[in-house]
Each structure stands twice: as structure tokens, then as C-alpha cells.
Design a protein. Structure first.
Length: 399
């Protein structure tokens, strides 16, 4: 089955055509700067990349451009639209309505639309993309895969905030989590690599990229996660602050005269690694600067590790132990130095990293803990698109 995976952001639309049975990516690409005069599509097939500038005023135009890129040209990925057997959409927010991926119908679209307030940059663009696909391929089954659904197993003790309960009832203010498809994918792969059922494992999955989040997965169920009502919560990130004393918000608004947009900008775009270092949101640059003696870069680096350790400790306690810790995304997959810092000195907790294995570079799945380590530490490159394709395949095949 060929599944087209569509991931619509505010000004971009990523796509992949996946042959699900083999996991082969037939073609992939991205429409960028959608809505601006400099829009273009980058299409990749058989290792060859082509960039075409063309007007993409909205996501309807982007979907048309994607279909053209797949069907046209010298070496088309598919002969006809009918070769797309199903479409899977990444949906950022499923609120409390969706605890798993679902076939898209009018009711599902209405719910996604209703949740737009919680994910203003993502849910509306996703609906535009769905509508455009429905017009072009009215008979093709479509599936919504939500970033939040994996966290619907959190118990109220984990998802409620200790603020007046009426705000939960009135506005739905609670922890929803994010990066769910990534956490679900690496957990699924970790269980396969360990040759065990997810139902028998206590896992902590760490998605450490520009955005960072961690999840405690107890016997296959997410029981806590670090991102919250929005993706601003939890770990220190590239430009986001993660958890801070909430009293800092009104304090800064009073003392700096910030309005809500400005305070949001500070906490989302000017904080994290960038805020502390003052120079970069990229861990590689921070590392280089720290090596050259920049004290703020060194502090940012330390703080990042500290933030991850805090959650490792907290989640180990919440699950009364941990069998495996999985690292993924840009930092988790690539930074041996950060991994070393995070796990150094944890032998007493049963965590021992094998330095040689930790230093191996490359985008492949591996165990980096010592064979005598009680806790297995793994690096697993994330693949959200594959997970979306797999969900779509399973739901459509069962129809
Ligand atoms: P996103 O997809 O969320 O934009 P990524 O998962 O690509 O982010 O992660 C980006 C982060 O990964 C950046 O901070 C970058 O510095 C870091 N990163 C990538 N490669 C390395 C590396 N070799 N060493 C250290 N950090 C790295």
C-alpha cells in the first residue's frame, strides 16, 4: 500500500510517499514559505533533489504542487493519483477527543477545527490540506494521526494543573503533551530491539531536538510527559524556556512592560539555549563556544543536561524503576558529549554507558549502555512519518 503522509505547518507542508509493507520512502519533500512570494517546493526522489520556485499562496496550492511533483516529470513516483492508496495527516492537537488515530470524516474535521485555538499554527493548515486532498482524491481514505493522542492515557494526577478546576472545565487547560508520534515510534522500536513486549517494559523516551520532550511509558502506556498545555512546558529547549516559576511571567510583564505577545515571544523564541548563551539555539555552536571558553555557553550546555536529568529522576521514581532509556532527535541521536554528561556517574542507579558505543556516529539504531548496565540506554532515530503511514495502513486495511 502506498500512503501519502502530509504534515502541514503554518508556512510549510512536508510530505512523504511511503510503501508501507517495506517501509520504503518512494518520494518526499517540502513546500516552504507558503503564503509568501518566495515560495518553493523541494522534491526528493531516488536521492535526487529538485527545487522549484512557484507561487504557493496557501495549502490548497501546496497540495496541488505535491501531487504534480509525484505524478509529473521524467521519473514520476507514481503513474496516477489512484496509486496513492491512502493519506495520513499529522494533526498537532487532538485535545481530549482523540486517544488514537482515526479515519477522517466531517465530524473529525469539525473537532480538529474546534481545537484550533490550542494549536493555531497547525490545526487550520491541516484542515486546508485535508480539504484539498478530498477534492483531488474523493475516494481515497484519509487518516488523522494526532501528536497528542499518545498522552491520553495520562492519569488526572499527571495531566491536571493545580489551578482552579473551573479553568480546566471552562478552557480545557490541562497537560496535552506533544511529539507523541515520535515517542510512540521510538518506544515501539525499542521494544522490538529488546525482543520484548511494550507491555512488559518501563521506558523513558527523550526527544531532544530544537524542541525537547520526555515521556514516562509504563507497560506501554504514557503516564507522564514533559510538554504541557502547550509545547512551552518541560525541558529547556533551543529557544523555549520549559518549566519556570510561573510568577516570572507577571513579574516581567510588570517590569519590562511586555504585553502578552511580547512575553510569549521572550519565552518561546528568546529563551532556552539561546537565552542563556546569548549567541545560539544550536547545541553544536554552544559546544564550540564553550570549548573556546565562553562561560555562558558552558552554562547553557550544563543547564540542558541538568534539565534532562531532572526528568530522568522524576520519571524513574514515578514508574518505580526504568528498564530502558531511549534518546532521539538532533541532540539525542548525535551528541555523544551531551549523552555522556547526562548519564555520567549514574552507576549506582544501574546506568552505565559504554564509551565506545556512545561515540559511534550515524543515523542507526543502537544500544549505547554497557552490557553490565541494569538499565539499557538506546539511540533510536525517530521516524514520525513512518508511524503515520503505519497507523494509516492499519486503519485502512481493517476497513
Ligand atoms: P528539529 O527537527 O526539532 O528542528 P532536530 O531534531 O534536528 O530539531 O535537533 C536540532 C538540534 O540538534 C540542534 O540543537 C542541533 O545543534 C542538535 N544537533 C544536531 N547534530 C548534532 C551534533 N552532531 N552534536 C550536537 N548537537 C547536534
Amino acid at each position: 500500500m502506498h500512503v501519502l503522509v502530509v504534515n502541514a505547518g503554518s508556512s510549510s507542508l512536508k510530505y512523504q510517499l511511503v510503501h508501507v509493507e517495506t517501509g520504503r520512502v518512494i518520494a518526499k519533500g517540502i513546500c516552504e514559505r507558503v503564503g509568501s512570494p518566495e515560495s518553493f517546493i523541494k522534491h526528493e526522489r531516488n536521492g535526487e533533489k529538485a527545487v522549484t520556485e512557484l507561487p504557493l499562496p496557501d495549502h490548497v496550492a501546496s497540495v496541488h504542487a505535491v501531487i504534480d511533483a509525484l505524478v509529473d516529470g521524467e521519473n514520476p513516483a507514481i503513474a496516477a493519483l489512484s496509486d496513492i492508496h491512502a493519506i495520513g495527516f499529522r494533526i498537532v492537537h487532538g485535545g481530549q477527543y482523540f486517544d488514537k488515530s482515526v479515519i477522517i470524516d466531517e465530524e473529525v474535521i469539525a473537532r480538529i477545527d474546534e481545537l484550533s485555538e490550542l494549536a493555531p499554527l497547525h490545526n487550520k493548515p491541516a484542515i486546508s490540506a485535508i480539504r484539498a486532498c478530498q477534492k483531488l482524491m474523493p475516494e481515497t481514505p484519509m487518516v488523522a494521526v494526532f501528536d497528542t493522542s499518545f498522552f491520553q492515557t495520562l492519569p488526572p494526577a499527571a495531566y491536571l494543573y493545580p489551578i482552579p478546576y473551573e479553568y480546566y472545565e471552562k478552557y480545557g487547560i490541562r497537560k496535552y503533551g506533544a511529539h507523541g508520534t515520535s515517542h510512540r515510534y521510538v518506544a515501539y522500536r525499542a521494544a522490538q530491539m529488546l525482543g520484548e513486549s511494550l507491555d512488559d517494559l518501563k521506558l523513558i523516551t527523550c526527544h531532544l531536538g530544537s524542541g525537547c520532550s520526555m515521556t514516562a511509558i509504563d507497560h506501554g502506556q504514557a503516564i507522564d510527559t514533559s510538554m504541557g498545555f502547550t509545547p512551552l512546558d518541560g525541558l529547556m529547549m533551543g529557544t523555549r524556556c520549559g518549566i519556570i516559576d510561573p510568577a516570572i511571567v507577571p513579574f516581567l510583564m510588570d517590569h519590562e512592560g511586555f504585553n502578552t505577545a511580547q512575553i510569549n515571544e521572550v519565552l518561546n523564541k528568546k529563551s532556552g539555549l539561546l537565552g542563556i548563551s546569548g549567541t545560539s539555539n544550536d547545541l553544536r555552536s554552544i559546544d564550540e563556544a564553550a570549548d573556546k571558553g565562553d562561560p555562558r555557553a558552558a552554562m547553557a550546555y550544563e543547564m540542558f543536561a541538568h534539565s534532562v536529568k531532572r526528568y530522568l529522576g522524576s520519571y524513574t521514581y514515578l514508574m518505580a524503576g526504568v528498564d530502558a532509556i531511549v534518546l532521539t532527535a538532533g541532540v539525542g541521536e548525535n551528541s555523544a558529549k551531551m549523552r555522556r554528561l547526562i548519564f555520567a556517574g549514574m552507576q549506582r542507579l544501574g546506568i552505565r554507558i559504554d564509551d565506545k558505543k556512545n561515540k559511534m556516529m550515524g543515523s542507526f539504531e543502537r544500544i549505547i549502555s554497557h552490557e553490565k548496565s541494569r538499565v539499557t540506554v538506546m539511540v533510536i532515530p525517530t521516524d514520525e512519518e513512518y508511524m503515520i503511514a503505519k497507523d494509516t495502513y492499519e486503519i485502512v486495511s481493517a476497513m
